[in-house]
Design a protein around this ligand. Structure first.
Ligand code: NIG
Ligand code: FE
Length: 392
């Protein structure tokens, strides 16, 4: 079956390599052929198809790629957020309260929570999301977390090194993470991550965890430089991590290192919003030539939002990214941060992952912040019904 989408006011392909149709096509059409894109170009040249839908002048983008999210957990930390808003700083220690709630939850509860958040992500235009463990922090609950995540996404990350949980010696916990916990989780995961930060794990500890993960066949990514300008970014670059995430506190050397590497700087402005922190230096990164991605970091502690559109609006308003740079970072940039070539751009042969905005252009994502502009979403050529979130 083929489906022709016509009446596309603006098709923002993010395909900078396309000589014929660089980046943006006005008055466009796009042919979905099975799971992939069969054709795209000016509407006047569109081929015949089995079926057609007129999108009435709306803007079409690649589905957003959310390359950083923590979605397997139970419990609520809204009181921690309230305390922050009266002046208490965010610290890594809050993670332990979610660990207690997650360990106490049943597998069905954790699955239902993830399903509800995945529905929110789809309604926000996300067609691929990464999902980390890291709220179990014992072998059974970490394994359960990655297994549940793997039911919903291929981009599963083992984050046993989130913090040292209560009741275990630090060295013993690191041995557990790099030994039995990794062995139990690696079959369900593609990535290994660590929270390299004051109050979590130092550079040497993080290196040991990532190297153990690499030896077990996982690929590295790293929480780096969120609360302090430590050595996380340098470590991510040293290990050719796909991504260094947060990058809130960067030195000039960090920016140079990222610019000279294949490690994407993944910026998470919903966290700076929720923790009332300074926003990362997106301009410095982009002007130096670093690859930048935007992601939600949806988690119960430092930022509980699934809204890629709001992340884009913050990147434009607060971080001085242009709307085009922000949309690229939320699509093609996210794909780079997951080392994926089949998503994040619209081109013939790539996966038919599309987000249709109820707006004539993507500028409206920043111009109309907080307004639900996602109109329809296709993932691998199939339309995702965007209902209200499933009660969980
Ligand atoms: O990415 N930084 C580490 N992990 C999460 C927050 C975890 C939490 O506070 O529950 C983050 O911000
Ligand atoms: Fe995170």
């Amino acid at each position: 079956m083929s489906l022709l989408l016509t009446g596309i006011g603006l098709l923002a392909t993010q395909d900078q390599s396309a000589a014929q149709h660089p980046g943006e096509i006005a008055d466009a059409a796009l042919l979905i052929a099975g799971e992939t894109i069969g054709w795209l170009g000016p509407a006047a040249q569109a081929p015949a198809a089995d079926d057609a839908i007129d999108l009435g002048g709306r803007c079409v983008l690649p589905g957003f790629v959310d390359s950083h999210a923590h979605l397997v957990f139970a419990g609520d930390r809204s009181q921690e957020f309230a305390a922050r808003m009266t002046g208490r700083p965010y610290t890594a220690g809050g993670i332990r309260s979610t660990v207690a709630a997650t360990r106490a939850a049943s597998e069905d509860q954790l699955r239902a929570n993830l399903t509800r958040l995945a529905a929110e992500l789809h309604a926000a235009g996300v067609t691929t999301f990464e999902c980390k463990s890291g709220y179990g922090l014992d072998v059974d609950t970490e394994q359960r977390s990655v297994a549940i995540a793997a039911e919903q996404t291929p981009e599963v990350t083992f984050l046993g090194a989130h913090v040292v949980p209560a009741g275990i010696d630090r060295d013993d916990y690191l041995d557990l993470v790099c030994g039995p916990m990794l062995a139990a989780c690696a079959p369900h995961a593609r990535w290994v991550d660590a929270f390299c930060e004051q109050g979590a794990f130092d550079v040497d500890e993080s290196r040991a965890v990532l190297e153990a993960g690499i030896a077990a066949g996982l690929r590295p990514r790293l929480h780096a430089n969120q609360l302090t300008a430590g050595g996380g970014v340098a470590l991510a670059v040293e290990l050719d991590a796909a991504s260094a995430d947060h990058c809130t506190h960067l030195s000039a050397a960090d920016i140079d290192a990222l610019a000279g590497s294949d490690t994407v700087a993944t910026l998470l402005p919903l966290v700076e919003f929720s923790t009332r922190s300074p926003y990362p230096d997106a301009r410095g990164l982009l002007d130096a030539g670093a690859e930048v991605a935007l992601a939600t970091d949806c988690n119960p502690g430092s930022g509980f939002s699934t809204s890629m559109p709001l992340a884009i609006a913050l990147a434009v308003r607060e971080m001085r990214m242009s709307p085009a740079e922000a949309v690229y970072a939320a699509t093609a940039g996210g794909a780079r941060a997951l080392r994926r070539n089949d998503i994040g751009r619209l081109a013939v042969g790539l996966r038919a992952d599309l987000t249709v905005l109820d707006a004539p252009g993507y500028l409206h994502l920043a111009y109309r912040p907080g307004v639900p502009l996602v109109h329809r979403v296709w993932q691998s050529g199939r339309e995702i019904p965007l209902g209200p979130a499933i009660p969980g």
